[in-house]
Design a protein around this ligand. Structure first.
Ligand code: GLC
Ligand code: CA
Length: 558
């Protein structure tokens, strides 16, 4: 295997709005991030992914970009950005930006011109399509955020524009070479500034069937079908477009890319992140995809350790045949994992440590999401007014429509909402956990006095120090090679709440055991103990692993 510079590294996602506010307006900003780089370095982070900080009306918290080449005022200035980039590099870390090019903001100049003249050259950069004679839109797809993917164009009878996300996020027409060139110029402009690559947002959605045939209604009962199904159906059409993008931008420059690519199928994996793939890596969303089959939060099944384990195992095995995935347990779209997957009495520091152990030794590039390293649990939202994400409101209404009481709807949305992972990062015991001197744009986690960085830093047994320990182990000179490039294989698991796997190469074998159940298990394993947490006993070549405990063992093969 050809070893790339990023193998064996640790990545960290910053959600800028919620990371650190430097000027008291309640919104995290670039200066705030700069002030915390030493924290990230000390944690063991090598690569930082910055969620969008561009000019944006913030309908979808910056994933609706109005100007791709400027920094949004709430985040700072281009000078702040340049300072951030040079500080990151000075500390020997890398910075990757969020590339959101399936759509832009309806406030983008290009879209405003397009709206005024849908049949002109700017109009060709989007999808303006005539509806049916009975006044219905071109097809029956439902947007990710609810309602039709089509929005009527005022002043033009019968004309609609396409948006897979909010109506303020019009989809860009990737079949127009002029549009592609605009995107590539913008990407190269950022690469020229010295950034190290991109996290590529929602990218599989760029493949479209230009006849807009729609799909048979799904089971939501509104005659529509989730647009994500169309994306999955058209997945084979994406690689050609993606490789064109690669060849004109990051490919020749050797920059790192990680795709947010839902709806992949085994046939195209190679084209997406194999040897000649479009991206360096993709996030492994197998867990999410197993989970999200239902049409809304109201219908989701109970998440479990089994789901987390089986999804990761499936994803790891697929990746073994293809390339190097980026592994995640949380991000800004996903709930806090400790509360989501674990049973009630493990929704605490111990549960977070066992989960960290199961996660950090998987094959691929681990992305830690801000606050995950503190073992942040689910934030208590006390009323719908505390939600901020546009999807929270749609899903709350859907719950009510499906017969939930207000209390049940609040509980259900609280469990699944994207707001859960977006509450402020917890720095210390001062006002607003040291996040902001002003009023934070979204409520604080209820346990901020206990979970924050400064309290945990002083406690050798804290989740934060556990993350540091595991990262140090992952990068230790004698194990690094095996963790970076070694194979993955599942080990037999004695219980649905037990996760065990091995990593190996010609020289080493490492075994990881994570027991999330209420029972103890004895496993035959006489290899040396590398690290453990909880109740672990050795006896006669066996390892007894107590409830809520984890262990990692290792042996030399030669
Ligand atoms: C991605 C982002 C998500 C955003 C969406 C639309 O899924 O992670 O936060 O809402 O794309 O850009
Ligand atoms: Ca601020």
């Amino acid at each position: 295997m050809q070893k790339k510079w990023w193998y064996g590294k640790i990545a960290y996602q910053i959600y800028p709005r919620s990371f650190k506010d430097s000027n008291g307006d309640g919104i995290g900003d670039l200066k705030g991030i700069i002030s915390k780089l030493d924290y990230l370095k000390d944690l063991g982070v090598d690569i930082i992914w910055l969620s969008p900080v561009y000019v944006s009306p913030q309908i979808d918290n910056g994933y609706d970009i109005a100007d791709y080449r400027s920094i949004g005022k709430e985040f700072g200035s281009m000078d702040d950005f340049k300072e951030l980039l040079s500080e990151v590099h000075a500390k020997d870390m890398k910075l990757i930006m969020d590339l959101v090019v399936n759509h832009c903001s309806s406030e983008h100049e290009l879209f405003r011109k397009a709206l005024a003249d849908p049949y002109g050259p700017e109009g060709q950069c989007f999808y303006f399509v005539k509806g049916h004679e009975d006044g219905t839109p071109p097809d029956n797809l439902r947007s990710y955020f609810g309602g039709s993917v089509w929005e009527k164009v005022t002043g033009f009878e019968d004309l609609w524009y396409l948006h897979y996300f909010a109506k303020e996020q019009p989809d860009l027409n990737w079949y127009n070479p002029a549009l592609r060139q605009r995107v590539y110029d913008m990407m190269n402009w950022w690469l020229d500034l010295g950034i190290d690559g991109f996290r590529v947002d929602a990218i599989m959605n760029i493949a479209k069937d230009l006849t807009f045939p729609g799909l048979a209604p799904d089971d939501e009962g509104d005659g529509m079908c989730a647009c994500g199904r169309m994306t999955a159906k058209l997945a084979d059409k994406a690689p050609a477009l993606l490789k064109d993008m690669r060849d004109h931008t990051y490919g020749p420059r050797g920059a790192f890319t990680v795709g947010e690519a839902f709806g992949l199928n085994p046939e195209i994996l190679n084209d997406i992140y194999g040897k000649d793939g479009a991206f360096s890596s993709v996030f492994d969303f197998t867990v999410r995809e197993l989970f999200e089959k239902k049409p809304g939060y109201y219908a989701y099944e109970k998440p479990s350790v089994k789901l987390y384990r089986d999804g990761n195992f499936k994803g790891q095995e697929l990746a073994m045949k293809t390339g190097m995935v980026s592994v995640i347990t949380e991000n800004h779209d996903e709930p806090r994992a400790v509360s989501f997957y674990l049973r009630k009495d493990l929704q605490n520091a111990q549960g977070a440590k066992v989960l960290a152990t199961a996660f950090l030794f998987l094959r691929g590039l681990p992305f830690i999401y801000q606050g995950q390293e503190l073992g942040m649990t689910k934030t208590d939202f006390n009323e719908p007014g505390e939600f901020r994400d546009l999807l929270s409101f749609t899903e709350y209404q859907k719950c009510l429509k499906h017969g939930f009481s207000k209390k049940q709807a609040l509980e259900c949305v609280s469990l699944h909402t994207r707001d859960q992972s977006r509450t402020p990062m917890l720095w210390d015991k001062s006002k607003n956990a040291g996040f902001s001197d002003g009023t934070p744009w979204i409520r604080l986690h209820q346990d901020w006095k206990k979970l924050n960085v400064s309290v945990q830093g002083e406690d050798p047994d804290s989740v934060l120090n556990w993350y540091k320990t595991l990262i140090r182990i992952r990068k230790s000179p004698d194990l690094e090679e095996c963790f970076a490039c070694g194979a993955f294989a599942p080990l037999p698991c004695p219980d649905d709440s037990f996760m065990a796997y091995r990593r190996y190469d010609e020289k080493k074998e490492i075994r990881v055991y994570a027991n999330f159940s209420e029972k103890s298990f004895t496993i035959k394993d006489d290899a040396a103990l590398i690290v453990s947490t909880g109740d672990i006993t050795r006896k006669d070549g066996s390892l007894m692993i107590g409830p809520g405990s984890a262990a990692v063992t290792g042996r030399d093969l030669k």
